[in-house]
Design a protein around this ligand. Structure first.
Ligand SMILES: Cc1cc2nc3c(=O)[nH]c(=O)nc-3n(C[C@H](O)[C@H](O)[C@H](O)COP(=O)(O)O)c2cc1C
Length: 207
C-alpha cells in the first residue's frame, strides 16, 4: 500500500521562546513522508506565495496545522494563510475540489490546564468547540476533520518532562496517518485525540 504524505504547516511567532512546539517539530521533521513548512520563517512579512502553498496542498494527503493556541485560535499568520490560500475555485465553490478527501488535523499546544477546557472550567468550551471555525473550514473544503491533538498546561509539561511523551505520541500519530492505520471513524467521535492515540491505531492485520 502506498504511504500517505503529510504536510505540517507550522506557525509559531516566537520560536526562540518555544519549549514544546520546538521539540515536536524537530521530531516530525526527521520523519519520511512528512514535509514541514515553517510559515513564520518562510513568510516573515506575511507575503504568502499562494501558488506554492496550493501546490504543496495538492501534493499531500494529510494536512496538519501545528501551532500554540493564541487567544483561542491560531497565530495570525496561519489565519492569513487560510484567507489567501483557500481560494474560491480551488478549495471551495463549484469547481473548488482540490482538497476533497484530504485529512485535516490540528496539533496544538495550550497554556491552560486540560480541565479548564469544558463547560465547568473557566475557558467554558472544549478544545474541539474552540476550534469550530477550522472544523467548518474543513467541511466547506470537503476535507475530513480529525479532532485536535492538544497538549495542555504546556509550561508544566516542559518542567516535568512529560513533553517527551507527547512528542513520541505525536510521531506515532503521524506515522499511523502515513500508514493509513488510524481509525478515522472512531477518532472523529472524540473531543480530542489527546490520550486516545494508542487505542485508535489499527493493527496491521486489520487492514
Ligand atoms: C499571545 C498569546 C496568547 C495566548 N493565548 C492562549 C489561549 O488562548 N489559551 C491558552 O491555553 N494558552 C494561551 N497562550 C499560551 C500558549 O498557548 C503557550 O504558551 C504555548 O502553547 C506554549 O508552547 P511553546 O512552548 O511551544 O511556545 C497564549 C500565549 C500567548 C503568547
Amino acid at each position: 500500500m502506498k504511504n500517505k504524505k503529510v504536510l505540517v504547516l507550522y506557525a509559531h511567532p516566537s520560536q526562540h521562546r518555544s519549549e514544546v512546539n520546538t521539540p515536536m517539530i524537530r521530531a516530525v521533521k526527521a520523519m519520511a513522508n512528512v514535509t514541514v513548512v515553517d510559515l513564520y520563517y518562510e513568510y516573515p512579512n506575511f507575503d504568502i506565495d499562494i501558488d506554492l502553498e496550493q501546490q504543496r496542498l495538492l501534493e499531500h494527503d494529510v494536512i496538519v496545522f501545528q501551532f500554540p493556541l493564541y487567544w483561542y485560535s491560531t497565530p495570525s499568520l496561519l489565519k492569513e494563510w487560510q484567507d489567501l490560500v483557500l481560494e474560491y475555485g480551488f478549495a471551495y465553490g463549484q469547481d473548488g475540489r482540490a482538497l476533497q478527501g484530504k485529512l485535516l488535523l490540528c496539533a496544538l499546544t495550550a497554556g491552560g490546564k486540560e480541565q479548564t477546557y469544558g463547560d465547568k472550567g473557566y475557558n467554558h468550551f472544549t478544545i474541539r468547540q474552540m476550534l469550530y471555525p477550522i472544523e467548518q473550514m474543513a467541511c466547506m473544503t470537503k476535507m475530513r476533520y480529525l479532532p485536535p491533538f492538544a497538549l495542555f498546561d504546556a509550561r508544566k509539561a516542559y518542567q516535568d518532562q512529560s513533553v517527551h511523551q507527547h512528542v513520541d505520541t505525536y510521531r506515532e500519530l503521524l506515522q499511523a496517518l502515513i500508514d493509513d492505520r488510524l481509525d478515522i471513524e472512531q477518532a472523529a467521535q472524540l473531543d480530542k485525540l489527546t490520550h486516545h492515540v494508542e487505542h485508535l491505531i489499527l493493527p496491521s492485520e486489520a487492514l
